[in-house]
Write a protein that binds this ligand. Structure first.
Ligand code: 5GP
Ligand code: MG
Length: 188
């Protein structure tokens, strides 16, 4: 798995240090009162597990399954809600966690839905934000790292279902992307 990586972009120790600061900011910023953390599956799982253990205040955890990528390395432009039930957020403040901010469509759609469902305050945290224009306007309060506009894997992020358990964020070798893409995601 490690052999498939062309370049490590953000190593494990750097990520962990950054999470200390993000958790401290979250602890400081949210007024007292019930806080629901919504984890966008599956990409934000690893980030959420490490971040939330640093948060000192009581939280409830919910997960949300949304799809915007459908296995490719470019956004499809459509966001689907895959769960049959939406978490109960009426009257509660919400911290939304995602792995990466790319076009902004995912967070835009989820934030909109949270407002419709009656959440009183919604803030978002992402591990990564791509430095590019957003297709959908979205404000994200907590950003771990700004990265260039390239496809990354690791620390929760996948390519065709693989690489989520790498402890760092990296870029795949072009030959690996081509080989796995051609094999319909079964290789690697
Ligand atoms: P957006 O809706 O902002 O375009 O995209 C957000 C979602 O697309 C993320 O939650 C993530 O699942 C996926 N995504 C965007 N960029 C990347 C990337 O570089 N690598 C991976 N693995 N997923 C990405
Ligand atoms: Mg995602």
């Amino acid at each position: 798995m490690r052999n498939d990586i062309e370049r490590v972009l953000i190593d494990e120790a750097v990520i962990q240090r950054r999470l200390d600061a993000m958790a401290a900011a979250i602890d400081r910023d949210f007024p007292p009162g019930p806080l629901v953390v919504i984890i966008l599956l599956k990409g934000a799982l690893v980030f959420a597990a490490d971040l939330l253990r640093r948060v000192g205040r009581p939280i409830a955890i919910e997960c949300l399954n949304v799809a915007s990528y459908h296995g490719a390395t470019a956004s499809s432009g459509k966001v689907d809600f895959l769960d049959c039930q939406f978490p109960e957020v009426r009257g509660r403040q919400v911290l939304l966690l995602d792995d990466i901010l790319d076009t902004g469509r995912t967070l835009h759609a989820v934030i909109e839905r949270l407002r419709q469902e009656g959440a009183v305050r919604v803030r978002s945290a992402v591990l990564l934000a791509k430095d590019k224009p957003r297709a959908a306007a979205v404000s994200v309060e907590y950003v771990g790292f700004e990265i260039g506009d390239e496809f990354v894997v690791g620390y929760g992020l996948d390519y065709l279902g693989h690489y989520r358990n790498l402890p760092f964020v990296g870029v795949l070798k072009a030959a690996v992307v081509a080989r796995m893409g051609a094999a319909g995601g079964m290789a690697g």
